[in-house]
Every structure is written in structure tokens, then in C-alpha cells.
Design a protein. Structure first.
Ligand code: G3P
Ligand code: CA
Length: 254
């Protein structure tokens, strides 16, 4: 994930989630059609050990159902509608999203997988994610730049577990504190990139150069307005995560 002075690459945050229900196949397909360079998703474990793409602890906000993801089985969670009344959508499993990413032949797209609730399962989420990437043959890329997957977390422990088990896989240590990201945490866990919020980037724009000096790329989230996209371009941010991949690509092309 080397910094690219031509401008950041665009990651569709939860898919093209401003236009379509987040974490649905339709949201990701639209993002790909709109030219996204990467896809972002959050993953959680179901009670019976399946990786599903859900942001919140519960499915209450994003489906017709209710309940805590980690306390329900895949079958129970799959009962709900994750789309709209007019356009229903199924619960998205990580495996389906990896398959979509790899099947997209128009250009090589990267999948940015963010592990959630790493503490509760004591590292099980990361080992399951790695097993899934191994199953698809993408857990040991020749270099970080050529990897089709990136694993991210707000948990330094989660990033460390990934680095230990899959040293070639790029990782992003997410955070809102420039002091934390710019300090020893990213070095200690061997993160290949730091992931500040756009608010943190505004307050500490030097975070990008500091990361680059340490050989790290910068992934910034969630970058939804034009002036923030321009700021990322000026600072040399490598990746911007946005809910509007199509218009962000157009802004960057102009
Ligand atoms: O891409 C990183 C960003 O998604 C982190 O925040 O809450 O949207 O998962 P959140
Ligand atoms: Ca996320």
C-alpha cells in the first residue's frame, strides 16, 4: 500500500452505501460499477462461527429483525431482510463478498475487511478471516501492494494477530488519536498502514508524512465531501473510504 501521489484510491465504505442499503451485494456491485478501487466491510462472527458483514453489534438498524449477531445462528440471521421492502436483500457472508471481489474482471479490486468485537471471541474472528482468505488463496500475497485483501481493526491486538499469522498480508491500524497512530502502536504490531478518521486528519495533517517516513501508507475514513477528498489528495493519502465511490472517483479524475 505505497502512497500514490496521483491521488488516493477509492474504497467503497460498506459498498456504495449512500445509494443502497449497506453491506448488501447490490451496494457492492454498484460500487464496482461506479469504479471503486476497493471495497470495505465490517465482519462479525455468528454464534455458530460464520463470518457475516454487519457493522453494528445487533441487526436492529440494518434489517427487519432484531438481535445480537454473536448470539444468533447464521440460519436465524438469514431470516431477515437486509435491503428494502421493494428490493429485499440477503444477509451477506464474507465468503460471498470475497468471491465478488475476485470475480470482478474489469480491474483488480482490494477488499478491506474490518474485524469487529475482537475481544469477545479472543482472536477467533481474525483466525476465521485468515482461514477464509486461505481458502480463496489470497492470504499470502507476493507483496502488500499486490494483495487482494487488507485486514483492518481498531484493536492493535487484532492487527498483531494477523501480522503474526500472515506476515505478507497488509493491515491497517484504525484509530481516532493521532498520538496513538503516530506513536509506537503501529510499529509494535507491524501495521502496514494507519487509518485515521477524516477529523483526525484535519487536526493532524502531518500524520500522513509521519506514516510515510516509517514506510506506512494512510487509509482515511469516512471521506464524503469534496474538500476532504482534496485534502487527502494534497496530503498524499493512499486510500479514502467513502459512502459515495462514484462521485469521489469523478472528483479525483477532474
Ligand atoms: O473504514 C473504517 C471505518 O469503517 C471505521 O469506522 O464505525 O464505520 O466501522 P466504522
Ligand atoms: Ca468499518
Amino acid at each position: 500500500m505505497s502512497p500514490d501521489r496521483r491521488g488516493p484510491l477509492v474504497v467503497a465504505h460498506r459498498g456504495a452505501s449512500a445509494a443502497m442499503p449497506e453491506h448488501t451485494l447490490a451496494a457492492y456491485e454498484l460500487a464496482l460499477e461506479e469504479g471503486a478501487d476497493g471495497l470495505e466491510c465490517d465482519v462479525r462472527l455468528t454464534r455458530d462461527g460464520h463470518l457475516v458483514c454487519v457493522h453494528d453489534r445487533t441487526v436492529d438498524r440494518t434489517s427487519t429483525g432484531t438481535g445480537v449477531v454473536s448470539e444468533m445462528t447464521l440460519e436465524e440471521l438469514a431470516e431477515f431482510n437486509y435491503g428494502t421492502e421493494d428490493e429485499p436483500a440477503e444477509l451477506l457472508e464474507l465468503s460471498a463478498l470475497i468471491a465478488l471481489t475476485l470475480d470482478w474482471s474489469a480491474r483488480p479490486v482490494k477488499l478491506f475487511i474490518e474485524t469487529k468485537h475482537p475481544v469477545r471471541f479472543g482472536g477467533l474472528v481474525e483466525s476465521k478471516v485468515l482461514a477464509e482468505l486461505q481458502r480463496f488463496g489470497i492470504a499470502a500475497p507476493p507483496s502488500a501492494d499486490h494483495s487482494r485483501a487488507v485486514v483492518m481493526s481498531f484493536s492493535a491486538g487484532a492487527v498483531w494477530r494477523i501480522r503474526r499469522s500472515a506476515p505478507m498480508l497488509p493491515t491497517v491500524l484504525l484509530g481516532e488519536s493521532a498520538r496513538y497512530l503516530g506513536g509506537g502502536a503501529a510499529t509494535t504490531v507491524g501495521a502496514t498502514a494507519v487509518g485515521p478518521s477524516v477529523k483526525t486528519l484535519h487536526e493532524h495533517p502531518d500524520i500522513v508524512d509521519k506514516a510515510a517516513a516509517a514506510g506506512r501508507a494512510t487509509y482515511c475514513w469516512t471521506v464524503d465531501n469534496r474538500s476532504d477528498v482534496e485534502l487527502c489528495r494534497e496530503l498524499g493519502v493512499s486510500w479514502v473510504a467513502t459512502n459515495h465511490p462514484g462521485r469521489t472517483k469523478k472528483w479525483l479524475a477532474s
